[in-house]
Design a protein around this ligand. Structure first.
Ligand SMILES: [Zn+2]
Length: 419
């Protein structure tokens, strides 16, 4: 059997090549000045996917797409039947997204592979670059649905049925843009999963540390609440008879925000993310509204307490709004999800490259949270200026980003070559 080539100590990525792919990506699905509006399964998303797949094929990778539109680009291993080491993130953005977000993670993974090609470095295990479908949830709820399906959280048919406000479904849109692939979703072993992502918080930037070793995630409890009222005329109908679903949902929004403020001092957050109301017109009270929000905290017990407070507040909102409310969906993520060995590998690799690190918790949800359910997983954070993200002013500097990609490169190599 062919031996895996020893890892050259001076091996580093090609920073300018990496940056030119970031800049190319920044031309696809342009949004507000400086930003991107490359929402999942739109024409812009298709264009980015096509370009990414072309880059992968040029790099000699075998590209497959699974039935929910996750893309895997595979570099063969010397022992090719072994489970692959997977590096990835997502290429979709929010409606007012930045150019970096998950894109940095995907294109960093591609740069890792290109760097290995430059030096003709073979690895024992295969290495795959993964692009997860609809991480952002900007068009189809819930977010991270491609990685969730891969991890067996949702069946494929359930994913296909997710509907956007314009009535389009994931299944139909995947078909339309040509990314309803034939590969089965999940159900195969991954040796390990690394996700590099911009921090989406201010810590690394403020401390001038290039790499965050993600130790765990904030515990988050999210909910979608249906509010059921009754339509009536906005003029004559008496206050004590009103069942205005819009008002019920607005009360929930304020309640979750208040809970966030209550725990603000210890880093807690309460988010009113979305209200959808119907008919939502000037002359009529709405008989239906749907509220989406979440609470999160670094301490799982406190996050649980915040959830309980929200549920108490919900009962109070029912009383005050005179509407019925039902939990349509509820989710939970975070806490101690990452693989200790993989996390230690990231930390040790950075130390051996002379890259400073900070142990850090992730406050946002990531595809890695789902993949951690089915494979040993670790995340690497890189800095973003002032922690600004999901905003067209999101900025990550090349110099601040490159050390993290080199850590990804060497950590992936060590993992892929281990005995
Ligand atoms: Zn992201």
């Amino acid at each position: 059997m062919q031996q895996a080539v020893a890892i050259p100590a001076d091996l580093r990525i090609d920073a300018s090549r990496f940056w030119s792919t970031i800049e190319r990506s920044a031309q696809i699905g342009v949004g507000r000045p400086g930003g991107l509006a490359r929402v999942a399964l739109t024409d812009a998303d298709k264009q980015m996917r096509d370009e990414f797949c072309a880059w992968c094929r040029e790099a000699g990778l075998g590209v497959t797409v699974d039935a929910v539109g996750n893309i895997f680009a595979r570099r063969r291993g010397l022992e090719d039947s072994l489970a692959p080491v997977v590096l990835g993130s997502h290429l979709d953005t929010q409606i007012n997204g930045g150019r970096y977000d998950g894109i940095v993670g995907v294109l960093a993974a591609l740069e890792v592979v290109r760097t290995l090609n430059d030096r003709a470095i073979r690895t024992r295990r295969p290495i795959e670059v993964a692009v997860w479908m609809n991480e952002e949830g900007a068009r189809f709820s819930p977010p991270m649905v491609g990685s969730a399906a891969f991890a067996g959280v949702h069946p494929v048919e359930w994913v296909y049925a997710r509907q956007a406000d314009d009535g389009a479904t994931i299944g139909a849109e995947l078909q339309r843009i040509g990314y309803r692939g034939t590969a089965p979703v999940g159900g195969r072993a991954l040796d390990g999963y690394f996700e590099l992502h911009i921090e989406q918080g201010p810590e690394l930037d403020a401390r001038k540390v290039p790499v965050g070793v993600v130790t765990h995630g904030y515990t988050a409890h999210g909910f979608i609440i249906d509010v059921l009222g009754e339509t009536a005329h906005t003029g004559p109908w008496p206050m004590d008879k009103r069942k205005n679903a819009l008002v019920g949902a607005a009360m929930l929004a304020v309640a979750v925000n208040d809970i966030g403020w209550k725990y603000h001092a210890s880093g807690g957050k309460g988010t009113a993310a979305r209200i959808h109301a119907w008919p939502n017109k000037p002359g009529i009270l709405s008989d239906y509204a749907q509220f989406t929000g979440d609470v999160r905290h670094d301490d799982p017990a406190t996050a649980d307490a915040m959830r309980a407070e929200f549920m108490d507040a919900l009962a109070e909102c029912v009383r005050r709004s005179n509407c019925e409310m039902k939990v349509f969906d509820e989710w939970h993520w975070g806490a101690d999800i990452f693989d200790r060995e993989m996390v230690a590998l990231v930390r040790d690799t950075a130390a051996s490259l002379g890259v400073a690190t900070l142990d850090i918790a992730s406050q946002a949800g990531h595809d890695a949270y789902h993949i951690a359910k089915v494979a040993p997983t670790a995340m690497i954070f890189t800095p973003c200026r002032d922690g600004i993200t999901h905003n067209n002013h999101e900025h990550a500097g090349l110099e601040e980003t490159v050390p993290g990609i080199n850590v990804l490169l060497h950590a992936a190599l060590r993992r892929a070559n281990r005995a």
